[in-house]
Design a binder for this molecule. Structure first.
Ligand code: NAD
Ligand code: UDP
Length: 307
């Protein structure tokens, strides 16, 4: 998201700052919706670190103030409790739109994807801000093409229990492209695949957070269905996860949710080629960091594993 061609139409007087890398430039003003959540708070860290001015909009549905607590005294940081389903007026240069109940246990209850995205695109249009939507691998539904390339259109049940999320994000993508084509808004769409790490909601029901929390609490690990479904971290349903956290953890099989994708894996050739991007933290490296964060939050103790 680094932008060398950055130009602003902002009306207020810009701060002049020395941005990391020694370049003298104008401090970018950025809104991060959902910035008190798991992914959002890590993004905020990165933006603040590179010298941007950040406004987080979050209704704290699944986000936590603790995730951004370390920025509260920073004059370049602001936290607004607000539901993006309602419009908001702000003057910024870029909008990172993450706000969305992202876990299957939460997302069924909320029209955030459609209404929230519409409001944020409306704001982007009004102030001519660049807009980034965090979409999801769920737009591919239960994919018939594997691995999934950006040009694959997906296989989504429009009336299933997951469809408010899958179709909600597909609508959000459609709206983003319509605003791009119709109003000239610069948009970015990032289709994020299953992500895990510190600050993840402990009880949001996603597989990695469930397994880590269950193992730490000495509860059986719940495997839905036959446990053969895969994700981009295919490890979750096999012994690697179990080993890293607790070698003696019990496994409990439960019925799977409806329309659960059988397999999912991104084809990242284009990201590698165009952005020079590829994941660098292996599961064995990343999971202990998350275990340590969960331990700290559950028991006030940050030892990385149960050994
Ligand atoms: P999260 O639940 O930790 O963060 C979502 C944030 O949005 C929370 O802070 C929540 O309080 C806020 N929010 C929800 N509804 C809101 C509303 N109506 N108004 C204002 N704020 C609201 O989830 P996350 O994993 O950090 O997900 C962030 C984004 O990334 C989401 O758009 C999600 O769809 C996308 N994504 C995440 C993953 C993943 O594996 N973590 C995968 C694919 C896509
Ligand atoms: N899953 C599981 N046990 C759990 C939670 C989830 O076996 O305690 C399964 C779930 O059925 C799905 C996979 O793990 O097949 C990933 O689920 P998650 O909710 O983490 O993400 P998503 O379905 O959005 O990929």
């Amino acid at each position: 998201l680094e932008d060398s061609s950055y130009a602003t139409k902002a009306t207020s007087k810009p701060d002049v700052v020395r941005v990391p890398g020694g370049v003298k430039g104008r401090r970018k003003r950025i809104v991060v919706t959902g910035g008190a959540g798991f992914v959002g708070s890590h993004l905020v860290d990165r933006l603040i670190e590179r010298g941007d001015s950040v406004i987080v909009i979050d209704n704290m549905f699944t986000g936590r103030k603790e995730n951004v607590l370390h920025h509260l005294r920073n004059p370049n940081f602001e936290l607004i409790r607000h539901d993006v389903v309602e419009p908001i007026l702000l003057e910024v240069d870029q909008i990172y739109h993450l706000a969305c109940p992202a876990s299957p246990v939460h997302y069924k209850y909320n029209p955030t994807n459609v209404m929230g995205t519409l409001n944020m695109l409306g704001l982007a249009k009004r102030i001519n801000a660049r807009f980034l939507l965090t979409s999801t691998s769920e737009v591919y539904g239960d994919p018939l093409q594997h691995p999934q390339v950006e040009t694959y259109w997906g296989n989504v049940n429009p009336i299933g229990v997951r469809s408010c999320y899958d179709e909600g994000k597909r609508v959000a993508e459609t709206l983003s492209m319509d605003y791009h084509r119709g109003a000239g808004i610069e948009v970015r769409i990032a289709r994020i695949f299953n992500t895990y790490g510190p600050r993840m909601s402990i009880d949001d029901g996603r597989v990695v957070s469930n397994f880590v929390a269950q193992a730490l609490r000495k509860e059986p690990m719940t495997v839905y269905g036959d446990g053969k479904q895969t994700r981009s971290f295919q490890f979750v349903s096999d012994l690697v996860v179990q080993e890293t956290i607790d070698k003696n953890a019990k496994i409990e099989f439960r019925p799977n949710t409806e329309d659960d994708p059988h397999k999912r894996k991104p084809d990242i050739s284009k990201a590698k080629e165009l952005l020079g991007w590829q994941p660098t933290v292996s599961l064995r490296e990343g999971l202990p960091r998350m275990v340590s964060d969960f331990r700290q939050r559950l028991f006030g103790d940050s030892k990385g594993s149960l050994d």
